[in-house]
Write a protein that binds this ligand. Structure first.
Ligand code: C2E
Ligand code: MG
Ligand code: MG
Ligand code: MG
Length: 284
């Protein structure tokens, strides 16, 4: 009986795994079709400078309004795109779209694009990025690329060369989800980085989470000594904002200031921001 029960469990488990694999295969086919049909969108989430309260940049986040499934989370389809190699075409498209949109904005803010390890491992990455800049007319100084620690770990000297060339052209490099990887601080010596993005898991528990606050303080101090900017991700409340400011973060990104939104809404916010900054013209 015990053996039969164990066997049943194994069967249930296999069936669930099988369904998962089937679903992944279906999603992979949908990804291919979606890319061909142009189903993807890029949304932008504002990054607000804490010293000035101004939007100084945005992060580009891919969105997929699937005709049947509805919006599919990038957390679900990006790993499949990476496994199947589709991330190359998708990533290049996101880059081109983000540069194109940013080139049309009324203020010279930066646009930050996530890079996957596969993209960094390809020899044509530098050409792909430069092509996106040239086609859009966006100055290199207004593009940032977001990398993760695991991405840097998986890549070698050739990858570092590529990043060096991009950075030499004026493109900024940010270390995303900082604190969740191996946090082998040696990356900070071997890769030239401009910004650390503290992972939202550290921000979530603020203001009550004292260990998280202590870690953020330590990261801010480390970044200060290395001459890096600090972005805190996932800031949702006024209390969190106040504490992140007190801890010395340079900028925040999170639902408190806004969810990822279409380019047109970023344009509107930038125009409003510019209007506020302009001294009222006295009526003659
Ligand atoms: P990420 O790069 O760390 O992006 C931040 C994620 O946190 C985004 O999720 C964003 O919507 C979410 N977020 C921002 N503020 C808040 C907040 O206050 N509270 C909460 N709970 N969440 C917040 P999203 O858009 O679902 O993307 C998930 C991940 O998918 C990204 O994490 C990134 O790793 C990946 N991804 C998204 N777009 C791309 C892309 O174009 N290329 C690549 N390679 N990866 C992408
Ligand atoms: Mg990111
Ligand atoms: Mg992140
Ligand atoms: Mg991430």
């Amino acid at each position: 009986a015990a053996r039969a029960a164990g066997g049943d469990r194994a069967v249930v488990f296999d069936a669930a795994m099988e369904r998962g694999a089937e679903d992944d295969r279906a999603l992979e086919q949908d990804l291919r079709d979606g890319l061909r049909r142009g189903e993807f969108l890029v949304f932008y989430q504002r990054q607000v400078d804490l010293a000035t309260d101004l939007i100084t940049g945005v992060e580009a986040l891919v969105r997929w309004p699937h005709p049947v499934r509805g919006f599919v989370s990038p957390a679900k389809f990006i790993p499949i795109a990476e496994r199947t190699g589709l991330i190359e075409a998708l990533g290049a498209w996101v880059l081109r779209q983000a540069c194109h949109d940013a080139a049309g904005w009324p203020e010279p803010i930066t646009v930050s694009v996530n890079l996957s390890a596969i993209q960094l491992s390809r020899g044509d990455l530098v050409a792909t990025v430069f092509d996106a800049l040239t086609a859009s007319g966006l100055p290199a100084e207004r593009l940032d690329l977001e990398l993760t620690e695991s991405l840097l770990m998986e890549n070698d000297g050739a990858a570092r060369d590529r990043l060096d060339r991009l950075r030499a052209a004026g493109i900024g490099l940010s270390l995303d989800d900082f604190g969740t990887g191996f946090s082998s601080l040696s990356y900070l010596r071997t890769f030239a980085i401009d910004k650390l993005k503290i992972d939202q898991s550290f921000v979530r528990g603020l203001p009550a989470d004292r260990p998280a606050a202590a870690i953020i303080a330590a990261v801010v101090s480390l970044a200060g000594n290395l001459g890096l900017r600090v972005n805190a991700e996932g800031c949702e409340t006024a209390e969190q904002l106040a504490q992140l400011k007190a801890l010395g973060c340079d900028e925040v990104q999170g639902w408190f200031h806004g969810r990822p939104e279409p380019s047109a809404l970023i344009v509107q916010s930038l125009l409003e921001q510019r209007e506020r900054a302009m001294p009222a013209v006295a009526e003659a």
